[in-house]
Write a protein that binds this ligand. Structure first.
Ligand SMILES: NC(=O)C1=CN([C@@H]2O[C@H](COP(=O)(O)OP(=O)(O)OC[C@H]3O[C@@H](n4cnc5c(N)ncnc54)[C@H](O)[C@@H]3O)[C@@H](O)[C@H]2O)C=CC1
Ligand SMILES: O=C(O)CCC(=O)C(=O)O
Length: 461
């Protein structure tokens, strides 16, 4: 197990971040996700003692660590994901957790996370988190929707050319001393057709790059999406498969995309075409891919994601992990990469800033703009001269009558501004109230905490 790089030895007393937030210091200059204001606004402070503890797994980028360090948060950092039992022990204690694609935050793990306020997925995909359960527990989840899209699109272009020219095989041969100069079945990509499945951030970026290389682009998506350049949306997956020389998958993991690519889809592809999967390992049925390659139906494939992936770097890509591994490794013209589509310095640095800022803004100000599982709520900051003002963050079940109860509790104070929104069964109220003494804060918290449909309460001042 790797050691924490920064674990401040401040008081580790059990904190009540469900009730309070730690104080952001004045250095908080990262991109603010709150409602912008030209006036300087008040820095919110905690109601009681206790420091924000954040657990960062999977080598989250230094840019995020810098943001959290500036806030004085207690950071525990690990380069890898953790085995489930260790994760459960650690998550019990923390207010925030930062992960990438490997750490599974299931209900079984999250039910132990009694202090958890927020989860940061330092990646695009959020399928590794039980989003609904997290929301029901009042835990907001943030991700980075597009900071690594360009990196994935560029890697896909590289793979299209590498497959088309069989460069992977030539390189392996030459590493073994074998000179094998061939042009048979090696092609330019100019004039070939690329079929993109999922025309979102990555798919559309890939479309632009592919056209710059002289490719024709078709795409299939469950939504009607505006074509970029001269790309054309097709109305069925079958049409895309029938017409494409290269097929590239860029869909999220959902119940609909699970194993969406199997024997019938390979059969519908052109003879001698290529498949690229840089989306999720659950999308393609690998035994069917192996058959299609063995039969010569496909001329090659590139795979970056797998149903089971190792938790850390090392010699773990074997049949114990996925039973067909050695068969896949034995095939010609297949590029196997270890889930590195988004692994560039540029992407990781940008993701660190984006998700780090979103978590900080949620912890310090309650702003949930951009949350993937949660009502999106934000208020402009409190004025600098607003003494005795408190920000109330109240997460509750979305049932009638709650706001009446809460506003009754707040009614002895002036409500300067408030905003409430709901998403599914969960609602979130943010209110700035004034004329609050330090004695009032405790009773306000206790009264709000005792309300029937409360999920979580925090008071910032
Ligand atoms: N290999 C890697 O390192 C990386 C992998 N990814 C994966 O790529 C996926 C896509 O990323 P983005 O383009 O940013 O997502 P996005 O959400 O911007 O786009 C996904 C597109 O897929 C479409 N879609 C959903 N279900 C579909 C279906 N059944 N058939 C056809 N289209 C469908 C959506 O309508 C949407 O337009 C992510 O969810 C993630 O799992 C993302 C980043 C890095
Ligand atoms: O870089 C990572 O750890 C995950 C990349 C990815 O798959 C994503 O962003 O969804």
């Amino acid at each position: 197990m790797s050691q924490p790089i920064s674990f401040l030895t401040q008081s580790l007393e059990k904190t009540t971040l469900t009730a309070v937030s730690a104080s952001p210091n004045n250095s908080y200059n990262a991109r603010s996700l709150s409602i912008p204001s030209l006036k300087p606004t008040k820095t919110l402070k905690p109601f009681s003692t206790g420091d924000v503890k954040i657990l960062l797994l999977e080598n989250v980028n230094q840019t995020a660590i810098n943001i959290f360090e500036k806030q004085g948060y207690q950071i525990e950092f690990h380069k890898t994901s953790l085995p489930e039992d260790e994760l459960i022990e650690k998550i019990k204690d923390v207010h925030a957790i930062g992960i990438r694609s490997k750490t599974k935050l299931t209900k079984n793990v999250l039910k132990h996370a009694k202090n958890l306020v927020v989860i940061g997925c330092f990646c695009i995909g959020t399928n590794q988190v039980d989003l609904e359960y997290a929301a029901d527990q009042g835990v907001a989840v943030f991700n980075s929707p597009f900071s690594n899209s360009r990196s994935v699109a560029e890697m896909t272009i590289a793979e299209i050319i590498t497959l088309s020219r069989q460069m992977g095989d030539r390189s392996i041969e030459l590493h073994q001393g074998i000179w094998n100069k061939v042009s048979a079945k090696c092609w330019e990509i100019r004039g070939k057709t690329l079929g993109i499945i999922g025309y979102g951030h990555i798919g559309s970026q890939l479309s632009v790059l592919a056209e710059a290389f002289g490719m024709n682009v078709l795409y299939y998506d469950v939504l009607m999406i505006m074509a970029l350049g001269t790309a054309k949306q097709v109305s069925t997956l079958e049409e895309l498969l029938n017409k494409s020389d290269f097929v590239s998958l860029h869909v999220p993991e959902t119940p609909d995309t699970k194993l969406m690519f199997g024997t019938p889809q390979f059969a519908a592809m052109k003879d001698g075409s290529y498949l690229i999967n840089n989306s999720r390992g659950s999308v393609v049925e690998i035994p069917a891919l192996i058959d299609a390659l063995k039969l010569g139906k496909l001329a090659g494939a590139a795979i970056d994601v797998y149903p089971q992936e190792p938790a850390k770097n090392g010699p773990f890509f074997n049949n114990e992990l996925n039973s067909w591994t050695s068969e896949l490794q034995s095939l010609k013209n297949i590029i196997l990469t270890p889930h590195i589509g988004g692994s560039t310095e540029e992407a990781q640095s940008a993701i660190g800033i984006e998700v780090g800022s979103a978590l900080t803004s949620y912890i310090n100000e309650g702003t949930s703009t951009g949350a993937v599982n949660f009502p999106e709520v934000a208020l402009r900051g409190l004025d600098l001269d607003q003494d005795n003002a408190v920000r109330v963050l109240y997460i509750h079940q979305n049932v009638p009558g709650v706001l009446k109860t809460v506003n009754n509790i707040l009614s002895d104070h002036n409500i300067e501004k408030q905003f409430s929104d709901s998403r599914g069964d969960v609602a979130y109220l943010m209110a700035d109230i004034s004329g609050v003494t330090s004695e009032d804060i405790k009773s306000l918290y206790e009264e709000l905490n005792a309300t029937q449909y409360k999920i979580a309460v925090r008071l910032l001042y």
